[in-house]
Ligand binder design. Structure first.
Ligand code: ADP
Ligand code: MG
Length: 320
């Protein structure tokens, strides 16, 4: 059975070309790009809560990196370094090898160095801290939304939540749609290029991890504004479009978690630039509503009629 230091040496010591000193000493050492601000974020994933105990380790490694990269994306920052805190019930080498490959694989795609961490025995828990850089005053905060802004979202919504239902065997899907939704759930794509392209363009941004309404709600709260959303404009994948009429389909779209898309606001006169930025970043964006001065939260149907209590009502979907 490998010991702690065997695991670190074999599976957690990867090349760190962007660090002065990586894994192996008491601290890692990195040189910051002069003049940049440091963006730091931590996310934890706990077995049984954020993923199932038998989750594929490679896909779990990918997701652990992706959810942290997504926070950096939502800030418009450039990801640079990560550390990994890992509690493992047993030193299962096959699991660790798979996890490490998935984790490092996605980080390497983004030029991010895995510079350190901590490894201990305990209930399976993954804690990742990511460090990024962003030019001064250009970070995309939650607090910058202005009345009159368009509200935008990238990609499509609800696919991961549909994938989770599929895993829990509450929703049978044909094989191709099942695979699509499971991929959306288990190996999300962080919208790094889009976040960076939105610097100087978006007034506020957040990544959608807890569902659109909850996360847009954070922007509204932080900015002291309201929003009117048009349900019919929310972007749906083919799988979600096909299930439009099913009970609960709109709740998946509005409140399903784990989308890891970016929701952001921008002045309406910048709409063409937003579309160009998204095209450069290789992801579709959709205008789904507008920011209002009144601190209202309105969801409208296809005829422009407010859906009564819909915003608050869908919150119940989220209670465990
Ligand atoms: P210390 O006792 O000084 O905290 P450790 O024995 O915990 O050092 O770790 C030794 C080295 O291995 C450190 O450089 C640490 O960053 C690295 N390390 C430990 N666990 C991990 C991990 N899960 N991922 C990456 N590096 C790790
Ligand atoms: Mg330690």
């Amino acid at each position: 059975m490998p010991g702690e230091f065997d695991l670190i040496r074999r599976y957690f010591s990867t090349p760190t070309p962007h660090a002065i000193l990586g894994v192996g000493d008491d601290c890692a050492l990195m040189a910051l790009t002069p003049g940049q601000e440091l963006a730091v974020s931590t996310d934890m994933l706990v077995a049984g809560r954020h993923f199932m105990n038998d989750a594929d380790p490679r896909r779990l490694g990918h997701k652990s990196a992706a959810v942290n990269l997504s926070d950096i994306a939502a800030m418009g920052a450039t990801p640079r370094w990560v550390t990994l805190g890992l509690a493992l019930p047993t030193p299962d080498e096959r699991w660790v090898a798979g996890f490490s490959a998935g984790f490092h694989g996605l980080l390497a795609q983004h030029g991010v160095d895995w510079v350190g961490g901590d490894t201990t025995a305990g209930p399976l828990t993954i804690s990742v801290t990511i460090l990024g850089e962003v030019p001064p005053l250009q970070a995309l905060r939650r607090s910058g939304a202005q009345a009159g802004d368009d509200v935008w979202v990238s990609g499509t919504l609800g696919d991961a939540a549909l994938g989770l239902q599929c895993l829990q065997e509450e929703m049978p899907l044909p094989p191709d749609e099942r695979q699509f939704c499971l991929d959306r759930l288990e190996i999300p794509v962080p919208r790094i290029a889009l976040g960076q392209a939105l610097r100087g363009l978006a007034h506020a941004a957040i990544d959608v991890s807890d569902g659109l309404l909850a996360d847009l709600g954070h922007i509204l709260e932080a900015s002291g504004v309201g929003a009117v959303l048009d349900l019919e404009t929310l972007p749906r994948s083919a799988a979600m479009r096909r299930r439009r009429a099913l009970p609960g389909a709109d709740a998946l779209l509005l409140s399903g978690g784990d989308d890891y898309e970016l929701c952001f606001t921008a002045a309406p006169e910048r709409a063409a630039q937003v579309q160009q930025a998204a095209a450069r970043a290789g992801v579709a964006v959709t205008r789904i509503g507008a920011i209002t001065a009144a601190r209202e939260r309105v969801l409208r149907d296809a005829h422009g009629r407010p859906l009564p209590l819909a915003w608050q009502g869908f919150d119940h979907f989220r209670s465990p």
